[in-house]
Write a protein that binds this ligand. Structure first.
Ligand SMILES: C[S@@+](CC[C@H](N)C(=O)[O-])C[C@H]1O[C@@H](n2cnc3c(N)ncnc32)[C@H](O)[C@@H]1O
Length: 404
């Protein structure tokens, strides 16, 4: 049923099916069909990637090189601009921004970096400081589009700008402050690339696409190394009980089956950390503008209570709570005292809001504000969670990192 819905509308990003499928979308479907896959329109989710044959656990469903990618900490030179390897890195002597692990990677990037290098070298030191990884990702994306349109580098069915163009941006739902930020970032990109006439509105939309489509490139230990846009892999929707996983080998993204997939099954990966409560998972999914309705999200809250480790209301008792649906309450498994369900959920939401605030202080480098918010969180959590709760232990670990 899913594959029969794979209309031109789905794969061409919204064009009327009567106009037929765009040439790039037809090419993509043909290429994917060769790999046993199809793009389909999935009710309530937009496009999705569907298996057109069975896949065995561990099998690679799809792999892709990034259309554009950038290391996380560009000024420090923590990983190679091309393959994301660390160690023996050498800085580009002209722009002093790009780092490579050797001549092979430098050559691979040369056509693109030549243009980027000219643009960066013309910047003042003050402007160079504004080259965040996201800005650099956009600069590389625009330059790659230019090189492909001039046929200076090849393009293919899964490696072309039409695929980026068709990505979801959710721009109409983005709040005003974020829109202003995207507009300022688009202006900065225009200052970096003065010789290319840019459509600033389109660039702002593309920043919004980054927010719900770009992937964090990780090493085998899942440490983040950089960010990449993999437009074919971006067709895959989210589930909190995914049937596939996204992993990286260097710059290449691999989606592997986690379980046997039969033909006509939608491929799903998790966009977020799955070892979290429903409330936390939904909070983490906010940037993607949808509410997950996977089987885990619509189940009762017993799993959430176990994950959170709610403590007994009696501070002298060390019992855990489990939901008691009859009473709309959580009941201590040791002394049977109950806590009201609404009250428990209210405190959890309050903690989540404070955690968002603390982590945004932390990511903007304001450690002292972050530390004081984390202390408030710890106090709230001590009353709310059992001393073995991973949430509480995680807050304490973060506090240690902030202060030492
Ligand atoms: C990386 S894209 C996935 C492909 C997307 N469906 C498309 O049409 O291009 C992420 C977006 O897909 C949609 N999406 C992904 N998973 C979803 C889900 N489980 N339920 C509803 N929408 C989902 C959301 O709009 C989200 O912002």
């Amino acid at each position: 049923a899913l594959i029969s819905q794979a209309s031109g509308e789905a794969a061409s990003g919204g064009a009327s099916p009567r106009q037929g499928m765009a040439a790039w979308a037809e090419q993509l479907q043909r290429e994917l069909a060769g790999r046993g896959l199809a793009v389909a329109s999935v009710p309530g989710k937009g496009r999705g990637l569907v298996a057109a044959r069975s896949f065995f656990p561990g099998e690679v469903i799809i792999c892709q090189e990034p259309y554009a990618s950038t290391p996380n900490r560009i000024s420090v030179g923590s990983s190679c601009d091309h393959c994301f390897a660390s160690g023996n890195l050498r800085k580009c002597s002209v722009c002093r921004v790009a780092w490579y692990c050797g001549s092979v990677c430098q050559k691979e990037e040369w056509k693109l970096h030549q243009l980027e290098c000219q643009a960066i070298s013309a910047l003042t030191e003050e402007r160079k400081k504004m080259l965040t990884p996201t800005i650099r990702l956009m600069v590389k994306l625009i330059l790659r589009r230019k090189l492909q349109s001039e046929k200076a580098i090849p393009s293919s069915a899964t490696d072309n700008y039409d695929l980026v163009d068709a990505l979801e941006s959710h721009i109409s739902k983005v709040d005003d402050n974020q829109l202003v930020l995207y507009a300022q970032m688009a202006n900065l990109v225009q200052l970096i690339l003065p010789s290319i006439e840019l459509d600033l509105k389109e660039i702002a939309h593309t920043f919004s696409k980054f927010a719900c489509n770009a992937h964090t490139i990780c090493d085998p230990e899942l440490r983040p190394l950089g960010t990449g846009l993999f437009p074919a892999i971006s067709i895959i929707n989210h589930s909190c009980v995914p049937n596939a996983v996204l992993l990286f080998e260097g710059r290449t993204a691999y989606v592997r089956a986690l379980q046997p997939l039969s033909s006509n099954t939608e491929v799903s990966i998790s966009y977020i950390e799955t070892a979290a409560t429903t409330l936390k998972r939904h909070n983490d999914l906010k940037q993607y503008f949808f509410t997950c309705t996977c089987p885990r999200c619509i189940k009762d809250s017993e799993e959430d209570a176990l994950l959170e480790g709610y403590r007994c209301k009696d501070q002298k008792c060390d019992g855990f709570l489990l939901p008691d649906s009859g009473k709309k309450a959580y009941t201590c498994q040791k002394c049977s005292i109950s806590r009201d369900e609404e009250e428990v959920k209210k405190v959890s939401s309050e903690i989540l809001l404070l955690s968002d605030k603390a982590s945004s202080f932390l990511s903007s480098g304001n450690n002292s504000e972050a530390g004081s918010v984390y202390k408030t969180i710890e106090q709230l959590e001590q009353k709310h969670y059992h001393s073995f709760s991973t949430t509480l232990l995680h807050t304490r670990e973060t506090l240690l990192k902030v202060y030492f």
